[in-house]
Design a protein around this ligand. Sequence first.
Ligand SMILES: NC(=O)c1ccc[n+]([C@@H]2O[C@H](COP(=O)([O-])OP(=O)(O)OC[C@H]3O[C@@H](n4cnc5c(N)ncnc54)[C@H](OP(=O)(O)O)[C@@H]3O)[C@@H](O)[C@H]2O)c1
Length: 279
Amino acid sequence: MKVLVSGSKGMLGTDLMRVLGSSPTAVVGFDLDELDITDRRAVEDRVLAEAPDVLINAAAYTDVDRSEEQEDLAFQVNAEGAANLALACRAARARLVHVSTDYVFDGSDPRPYSEQDRASPLGVYGRSKWEGEERIREILPEACLVRTAWLYGKAGKNFVKAILAQADQKSRLRVVDDQRGSPTYTFDLAMALREAAGQGLEGTYHVTNQGSCSWLEFAVKILELSEKTGVEVDPISSEELGRPAPRPTNSVLSCGKFEEATGMKLRTWQDALADYLSE
Ligand SMILES: NC(=O)c1ccc[n+]([C@@H]2O[C@H](COP(=O)([O-])OP(=O)(O)OC[C@H]3O[C@@H](n4cnc5c(N)ncnc54)[C@H](OP(=O)(O)O)[C@@H]3O)[C@@H](O)[C@H]2O)c1
């Protein structure tokens, strides 16, 4: 199997290259410095030239807050770019595994969200990702769309690194406690995406590490596992934090469909975090 990874230098893309590179799979990656997915012709030329069996798309415009003022760019990359990849895959007869987000939901339902639940994104980023999903389904109905949430990994900025950096400077942190989700290690997600690609999954799936917590509970666990003692964490509300983009209160995704289809269940978020912090 030959896999082409778009967004290969991003947080998830880096782990995808690591995971796919350590298996018999032939893997080639590209990122924005080499090819812009909003350039339809260039994308098609590259995918036809590489002739992969599967393209895994980890490229996206992921700055949730900046998307509010960069709406055109967010839609160009997350909707138009996703559509370009689907068109190229159709032309090259390649399968497509595309990564999407919990932010397609508004989070008002307290239960874990299933693949059948109605999308109702709150902000520009979520709307642009939802439009990307819809464009892909239209162009390539057999594509595999994997929604995930609360990613952290070795590459790029993320919540774990932010908490550790703050704990080095302050003895009291303020962390949001009114949003729930499932922290997910990009390495674990990359293994799930390899499985989805290898098994030829079609349709929409939810994939996160098991279990859920608030951002505050996540922060407390990060500090505990990294033995940062003497740092207090105070709860604040999303409103108090005052970020430009609204976020879902409940971001928990139910992952049973993926587990049944593949026989693969990701480890708990606590085990994945412990592993990440020990590396
Ligand atoms: N991070 C999360 O918590 C989270 C949660 C749920 C879902 N997701 C989804 O998971 C996927 C991976 O996210 P991530 O956190 O790994 O994102 P990331 O670190 O921002 O990586 C995205 C990569 O895509 C590249 N890119 C941006 N615009 C591009 C373009 N026009 N053409 C080609 N490449 C482009 C970026 O390059 P530059 O860095 O140079 O811009 C970056 O290398 C995305 O689909 C995201 O929506 C993320």
